[in-house]
Write a protein that binds this ligand. Structure first.
Ligand code: MG
Length: 382
């Protein structure tokens, strides 16, 4: 039975895939992209997402998004859109669930700090690390390291990449050098990520009290839906009004993305999935909603991500990451054996040792990093 018979000709089909790095017998009861999705869900890195931060550190409140709930929201949004466009739902789901696997503890503050620590050793970039997790770091299969995912899943996970890193990656980095597009599914997962975090950061921002509804009333896309909610439900207030508003915003963005993308796909007259690579980006918002989404992002950056209370946490996070890195590089014998390179303190082995330290730190959850920091620096903790 062809489980992908319903897909559009320009969708990514398992049968036309560039395949896996290590050849495997075909999956019997699922498509190859379903198999990727399943491998991701069963990975260790996926379970760690539960205790990794988006904006708020994990222990700050039980109701805030974590990277796990964020990834599930991205997958939900991406699948809804994919079904409308007859794209491969299994592939967008796999990319969405895996897209943040390489994230450090403490969100972007952690990634920036680790990147600074790794400056002399090739840097640290979370998209690249997500690929490294699925290509090399997971150890679950006898025949290979990593999860041995399909080319298109790996390509979608590698959302951004510097030209210098792209050159080292061979096939998978090629599109960044040739300036070509990835599959429509990869483009879609990327925008579903944006829809998810913009909206849940508003929701979490309001829940935390760091944002107020009065501030948001100056943001067109929020104010418009808020007015709509109040006209349909006069007198509505509190959490229920916020939930109704955010729900409508997500829906409006999804519907807009479907319509605008459908039009662009038709205009491009795609015949095959390969045509997608040579076309411009086809999964896009309409111009007006795209503009509003940018304004919303700017608002969140100024008012939430750089709120002084968030800054206090990110400052602490940077210090924890930096001090862990310095302690391990200064004395590699403090590392668990799996992360020690033979003679790791010798100058010629420092780059390899640094990469292992980065893998170790990037794999930590927020609370594990805090505990490890206490273990290393407090005399009465072991
Ligand atoms: Mg994300």
């Amino acid at each position: 039975m062809n489980l992908e018979a319903h897909l559009a000709p320009y969708a990514a089909h398992s049968a036309q895939s560039r395949g896996r790095r290590f050849a495997e017998a075909p999956a019997l009861s699922r498509t190859e992209f379903q198999r990727d999705r399943d491998r991701i869900i069963h990975s260790t890195a996926f379970r760690r997402l539960e205790y990794k931060t988006q904006v708020f550190v994990n222990h700050e409140g039980d109701l805030f998004r974590t990277r796990l709930t964020h990834s599930i929201e991205v997958a939900q949004i991406a699948r809804s859109i994919a079904r409308n466009l007859r794209l491969n739902e299994d592939l967008v789901e796999a990319i969405s669930l895996a897209h943040d696997l390489g994230h450090t503890p403490f969100g972007h503050a952690g990634q920036d700090a680790l990147n600074a620590c790794m400056k002399d050793y090739g840097g640290f970039e979370h998209n690249l690390q997500s690929l490294r997790v699925v290509d090399a770091l997971e150890q679950r299969y006898g025949a290979f390291d990593g999860l041995n995912l399909m080319f298109e899943t790996r390509e979608g996970i590698l959302k951004h990449c510097s030209p210098a890193n792209a050159k080292k990656l061979g096939d998978i980095g090629r599109r960044f050098i040739d300036k070509k597009q990835p599959t429509l599914e990869a483009q879609l997962a990327n925008l579903a990520d944006e829809i998810a975090y913009n909206n849940h950061d508003i929701d979490d921002g309001l829940r935390s009290g760091l944002l107020t509804t009065a501030q948001l009333d100056d943001i067109d896309v929020y104010a418009r839906h808020r007015r709509e909610v109040e006209s349909v439900f006069p007198g509505i207030g509190g959490r229920r009004a916020i939930n109704e508003t955010v729900r409508r915003m997500i829906n409006a963005l999804i519907v807009d993305l479907i319509d605008a993308s459908q039009t662009r796909i038709q205009e491009a007259q795609l015949k095959t999935a390969d045509d997608v690579r040579n076309a411009p980006a086809l999964i896009t918002f309409s111009e007006s909603l795209g503009r509003e989404a940018v304004l919303l992002k700017l608002f969140l950056r100024e008012n939430l991500y750089q709120h002084y209370q968030v800054n206090r946490m990110t400052s602490k996070a940077r210090r924890i990451i930096r001090e862990l890195f310095e302690a391990f590089m200064h004395e590699s014998a403090l590392l668990p054996p799996d992360y020690q390179v033979a003679n790791g303190d010798r100058a010629e082995n420092l780059p390899a040792q640094a990469r292992k330290v980065a893998d170790y730190i990037a794999g930590m959850t927020d609370r594990y990093a805090m505990r490890e920091h206490r273990r290393l620096f407090l005399v009465d903790e072991i």
